[in-house]
Design a protein around this ligand. Structure first.
Ligand code: NAG
Ligand code: NAG
Ligand code: NAG
Ligand code: NAG
Ligand code: NAG
Ligand code: NAG
Length: 373
């Protein structure tokens, strides 16, 4: 059971990219446009190049492919056919798999906190506990988003990947407990982010199959999109002599065999390279490409394209306080369905049925208790 400000379970979904589906099937969809990067040409040209096929990159690629040619580059593999990702009862398997081919890449922050970053098409939606919520209206206002467009996007992702959960005994008890503790009002089932206790959306369908951001590619225009898997971008190419400001015009990526490929933007005023490589991956790629604090880049022999002192700095995450409750009787596996949104801005959520606390053989990374000196 996890109590506290729990970013991994909840807050990271707020906003842009989540998730209802009409297709409760567990068949992998057939995507003609998803290819292994080893089969890509050495040089290719597109209107848009998107680096990172996560919860931002997948819907963006689907939308842009309507009227333009789009390349989506993803360093990991496909989520389809891997039960560690797709099967609810396997939750935790990917997080406890530290191998180089795992969809979960474990890391430890400078202050010693264990965390994970996604390495798979669909990004964090392939690893997390699958809670779906809309952003609050205040958040949308503060972020400067177009509220009508945000609602249109919500309807899209809710049709594809969000579901009303079937509540078992454990999640029902959590809901009743929150109400008893005064996290009021009882908002019932809703996707809206409002104070009190609610049942939110889940990206797991009734059969326990996970639906990820990769499913949004079902709405892509197959004629406009190329998705390359096992394609690791390590440099954005800038033209520095064309005008007063450097202009990004291409990327270099490596495939699984280590071979280098280049993709360039076609000429066109709106054409862009979009970096959606995650909170860590995006600044890392900018810095490798020469955009960042000049002194730090020079220390690594990286040619400075633009001195941007804030790139890669002052990163922080929401704190998570977890309480583990051992049960003398087996409890069903359930992931986050209920949330208490308190007046203090914290979220109280709970999962059940997985022995996060008690097994020395399995280390779930961020979900396993640790001892510090
Ligand atoms: C992609 O191609 C490379 C080289 O042919 C191969 O080693 C790798 O296993 C392939 N990956 C997938 C997921 O097919
Ligand atoms: C694609 O073009 C159609 C017709 O002009 C337009 O309605 C739609 O908004 C365009 N889509 C994007 C993503 O630009
Ligand atoms: C998920 O895994 C469980 C336990 O291993 C298994 O019983 C179930 O059939 C699997 N579900 C699917 C849809 O594969
Ligand atoms: C699933 O996870 C287990 C460990 O948690 C790992 O040994 C296994 O290789 C994984 N399977 C796949 C298909 O990734
Ligand atoms: C978006 O939908 C919410 C309901 O979830 C509604 O309260 C809000 O007014 C809508 N925003 C716009 C701009 O239509
Ligand atoms: C930078 O280049 C110099 C000269 O080639 C070399 O001595 C130094 O080790 C390099 N530093 C790094 C961090 O690669």
């Amino acid at each position: 059971m996890a109590l506290g400000r729990c970013r991994f379970f909840g807050a990271c979904f707020i906003g842009i990219l989540f998730f209802h589906g009409f297709c409760a099937c567990d068949r992998a969809p057939y995507y003609s446009f998803i290819l292994n990067a080893t089969s890509a040409p050495t040089i290719s040209y597109y209107d848009y190049i998107i680096v990172g096929g996560g919860t931002a990159g997948c819907p963006l690629a689907a939308t842009l492919s309507q009227n333009a040619s789009v390349l989506l580059l993803e360093r990991g593999g496909s989520p389809y056919g891997n039960p560690n990702i797709t099967n609810l009862s396997k939750f935790g398997a990917a997080l406890s798999d530290p191998s180089p081919t795992s969809p979960s890449q474990r890391f430890i922050s400078e202050d010693g906190v264990i965390n994970a970053r996604a390495r798979v098409l669909g990004g964090g939606s392939c690893l997390n506990a699958g809670f779906y919520t809309r952003a609050s209206l205040e958040y949308i206002r503060a972020a400067g988003w177009d509220g009508r467009l945000a609602n249109k996007s919500y309807h899209w992702v809710e049709r594809r990947v969000a579901f009303e959960p079937q509540m078992g005994p454990w999640q029902s008890a959590v809901r009743d407990g929150l109400l008893e503790a005064g996290v009021l009002p009882n908002n019932g089932f809703t996707y809206d982010h409002i104070k009190g206790t609610k049942v939110g959306g889940t990206i797991f369908d009734r059969e326990g199959n996970r639906h990820t951001a990769a499913d949004l590619l079902e709405d892509a225009n197959p004629g406009g999109l190329t998705v390359l898997l096992h394609a690791t971008v390590y440099k954005i190419l800038f033209a520095t002599k064309a005008g007063p400001k450097p202009v990004a015009h291409g990327v270099i990526y490596r495939d699984a065999s280590g071979a280098k490929h280049r993709a360039y933007l076609k000429r066109g005023l709106k054409n862009e390279i979009i970096v959606s490589s995650g909170a860590l991956g995006s600044p890392q790629l900018l810095m490798l490409s020469g955009v960042g604090p000049a002194q730090q880049l020079r220390a690594h022999n990286i040619t400075v394209v633009l001195d941007q002192p804030m790139v890669g700095q002052l990163m922080s995450d929401n704190p998570m306080n977890a309480i583990f409750v051992p049960s003398p009787l087996p409890v069903e596996v359930s992931l986050i369905q209920v949330v208490g949104i308190t007046q203090y801005g914290s979220y109280i959520e709970a999962a059940s049925g997985e022995n996060f606390g008690g097994s020395p053989q399995r280390d779930y990374g961020m979900f396993s208790p640790k001892e510090y000196d």
